[in-house]
Design a protein around this ligand. Structure first.
Ligand code: SME
Length: 156
């Protein structure tokens, strides 16, 4: 079992860490912060919509990853298409899951939406089955809200 995480504390720390409004700096800081704050993760990173309906790989922590990902494919594509968080206990049970790192077993993908426009997604992967609880989902969604609030998100 992963250690219990104090997301309210993490949120205050992230608010202090993001002291620019630059999307590149803040996205790099945010994924590095999450990677070090949570255990049992093998990949944390951003995909950005820089062309219509395509996710381009952005700042991340972990192994080199898949790029590009169309909105029509994978768990990230589903989060982008539906503008809804995807919390997947077992990625092997998802037919069109895109396996970037063979060690990934569960996944949490949170959409980043500005004025109904899908700017990108934040993707967390874990080698553990059922790594992400509802509390993790709510906590990571809070961190993403802080990232959105404290960043000037250019629309590409
Ligand atoms: N597994 C994702 C692809 C991105 S990687 O996990 C970094 C998916 O199915 O969309």
């Amino acid at each position: 079992m992963p250690a219990t995480v104090d997301y309210a504390l993490l949120n205050r720390q992230l608010e202090a860490l993001l002291d620019t409004r630059d999307w590149l700096t803040n996205s790099a800081q945010t994924c590095a912060f999450i990677q070090h704050a949570l255990d049992e993760l093998n990949w944390v990173g951003f995909y950005l919509q820089r062309q219509p309906n395509i996710l381009s790989l952005g700042p991340f922590q972990g192994k080199p990853a898949c790029h590009p990902i169309p909105f029509s494919k994978g768990i990230c594509g589903a989060a982008a298409r539906q503008q809804a968080t995807q919390r997947i206990d077992d990625v092997h049970a998802v037919a069109d899951h895109i396996a970037c790192d063979a060690h990934s077993r569960s996944e949490l993908v949170v959409p980043i939406v500005v004025d109904s426009y899908l700017w990108g997604v934040l993707d967390l992967d874990s080698p553990a089955h059922t790594r992400f609880s509802q509390e993790d989902q709510a906590g990571i969604e809070t961190l993403v809200a802080t990232f959105i609030r404290q960043t000037d998100l250019l629309l590409f």
